[in-house]
Design a binder for this molecule. Structure first.
Ligand SMILES: C[S@@+](CC[C@H](N)C(=O)[O-])C[C@H]1O[C@@H](n2cnc3c(N)ncnc32)[C@H](O)[C@@H]1O
Length: 403
């Protein structure tokens, strides 16, 4: 593989923003890719994938390169040199890249790979937490799976098309996909491609959504004509799926504390042809109180650590802090108690997270069931999805019924 100066420099700039200025990898990469209109799809995937790789393996590569935060430009080039060397790519003789002894890099890699926190590249505190929550063996497997590059999965928008028709449309645009057993609306890309550029996307025939995430809306057992509330709707990944399962019939209230996310939801809903969504920003507790006792179905896709989606969001390893973990658990507990009151008698509630930690998942549900607010609910079923078992995101979902 030949290394192109402008692509490597763009990657190093992106890494500087992520590591030194706290930028979010997805946003920084999206901005970087806008820098040069002449970049083709290969150039763009070089920048995106190399940046994600170095973010993913930050601790391991820093240890090998003997560099520390805050990273000087010279140090960022060192990290890049480690990345290239470990992939067998010949380093160019640019002045920014010092001659790096390949044998030394590989030797250090072999030595550090014996220790999990370096091999899987995680901060000490997170490694300790993972072991405490899942046990040594399961954490090791899960962490390894979460360091793999995530596959690209689409969810067919059944409001507008069928999976078979979508597959043909994409094929016409040069994109090959395959079905996934057990996931009725999902298609997996055989090769990575920028699906957002396709006519099929512009026409609202699909959304990009991980296979595990596609299970959540199904778990809620919605039916056309119901009154459903998606309490932590964000930009609407699951809201849009719920709308499709409800066949656009009934009422789907989508709330979130961030109005800008709901704006994005509205845009996506228009593209998807979903007409039964009523977005409501939670500006005060009144917005939720007004909904008490009114819904057949309630989804709480709770804010969480996001540890189950590390494969698509590897910078969370470095951005998460122990204090955040404590606070988010309190938020989850409060949200469950408050938002469960939206469910009417005989109605159902799904509590879901994209975390693999029992303390954010089954332990929260158990605590809720023992609380005053949870007394009238019973647990119907729950599913713990591990990335090491499915190859998709780590997720948790529980279906509760109100007596
Ligand atoms: C896991 S994300 C939701 C993802 C979204 N459901 C989807 O499928 O695309 C959690 C969401 O909860 C929102 N949130 C955080 N605290 C909240 C609260 N107290 N009430 C409602 N939403 C909240 C966040 O803004 C975020 O959008």
């Amino acid at each position: 593989m030949r290394l192109y100066r402008n692509l490597v420099f763009a990657t190093v700039d992106a890494l500087g923003e992520i590591f030194n200025e706290g930028g979010y990898a997805d946003k920084v990469i999206a901005k970087t890719l806008k820098r040069d209109k002449r970049w083709g799809s290969r150039d763009r995937s070089f920048i995106a994938e190399t940046t994600y790789d170095i973010v993913r393996w930050k601790r391991l590569y820093s240890e090998i390169a003997e560099v520390k935060a805050p990273y000087s430009r010279e140090n960022l080039f060192r990290l890049f040199a480690v990345w290239a060397t470990l992939r067998g790519i010949e380093l160019p003789d640019w002045k920014q890249i010092e001659p790096t002894p390949t044998r030394r890099i590989k030797g250090k890699f072999d030595e550090l790979s014996k220790i999990r926190k370096y091999r899987e590249s995680v901060p000490d505190w997170l490694d300790e937490l993972g072991v405490k929550e899942l046990g040594e063996e399961l954490w090791e497997k899960e962490l390894h799976a979460l360091n793999e590059q995530a596959p690209v999965i689409l969810r067919t928008n059944t409001i507008k098309t069928t999976k078979e028709k979508l597959q043909k449309e994409l094929q016409k645009e040069g994109i090959e996909t395959e079905s996934i057993a057990g996931y009725p609306d999902a298609l997996r890309l055989k090769e990575r491609a920028n699906v957002f550029k396709t006519e099929a996307f512009k026409n609202g025939f699909f959304e990009v959504q991980d296979a595990s995430s596609q299970k959540v809306a199904e778990f809620l057992e919605v039916e056309p004509g119901m009154r459903v509330v998606d309490t932590c709707a964000g930009a609407g990944g699951k809201t849009l799926h719920l709308a499709a399962l409800m066949e656009n019939k009934g009422q789907l209230v989508a709330t979130d504390i961030y109005g800008n996310k709901l704006k994005e939801l509205k845009r996506r809903a228009r593209r998807a042809g979903a007409h039964n969504i009523d977005p409501r920003e939670i500006e005060s507790s009144k917005v939720i109180k007004k909904l008490y006792g009114s819904a057949d179905r309630v989804l709480i896709d709770a804010p969480c650590s996001g540890l189950g989606v590390l494969s698509r969001n590897p910078d969370a390893k470095w951005k998460l802090q122990p204090e955040f973990m404590e606070n988010i658990k309190k938020t989850q507990e409060e949200i469950l108690k408050q938002y469960s009151r939206i469910v009417k008698d005989g109605g159902k509630l799904v509590y879901a997270t994209c975390s693999v930690l029992p303390s954010e998942n089954q332990e929260q549900v158990q605590k809720f069931l023992k609380s005053e607010e949870g007394k009238s609910f019973s647990l119907k079923k729950e599913e713990k999805i591990l990335s090491s078992e499915t190859g998709f995101d780590g997720f948790y979902m529980a279906l509760l019924e109100k007596k």
